[in-house]
Ligand binder design. Structure first.
Ligand code: FES
Length: 152
């Protein structure tokens, strides 16, 4: 064995170990994602979190709120529909996930990216969005407005 070959042996071992480790990480990640796909969490599995009191939400005026869900900052619109109850809509456009904005003047959610338009209930009115804004779990109990994960 030459001196050059001796120096390459540790490098080969290092590369094998490195490639093997990376492969193991990808493999475990894939198995984990496959598990989530085959057994998705229940719609109500995420813990509800309070985002305000009833008086904080005027009837017919969607209000954007943010909260920590599963350790990640999340945002949604809470809508007090008066006698029709409460609605919580995810703020991500269903086209390419841009943040939609509530525009009081037109009473619509507008997506600034490609002009998607939704009504106050999240139904698509115009533009490229393929489906309504996702609905989130919402519960009003003892003057507390609580939200959670996406329904259905
Ligand atoms: Fe909203 Fe394209 S991302 S319309």
């Amino acid at each position: 064995m030459t001196e050059d070959q001796n120096n390459n042996m540790p490098r080969r071992k290092f590369l094998k170990l490195g490639v093997g480790s990376i492969g193991a990480v990808f493999g475990l990640t894939y198995v984990s994602l496959l598990g989530d796909f085959l057994m998705p969490p229940e719609a109500n599995a995420q813990t509800l979190q309070e985002v305000g009191k009833v008086a904080d939400f005027k009837v017919g005026e969607p209000k954007f709120v943010s909260y920590k869900g599963s350790g990640v900052e999340e945002g949604l619109y809470v809508i007090n529909q008066g006698s029709e109850g409460w609605l919580a809509l995810d703020f991500h456009c269903t086209h390419l996930q841009c943040a939609v904005n509530w525009v009081p003047a037109t009473q619509q959610f507008i997506c600034p990216c490609h002009g998607g338009v939704y009504d106050i209930k999240g139904n698509v009115l115009d533009g490229p969005p393929p489906k309504p804004l996702p609905r989130r779990v919402i519960k009003v109990e003892d003057n507390s407005v609580q939200v959670g994960g996406i329904t259905a």
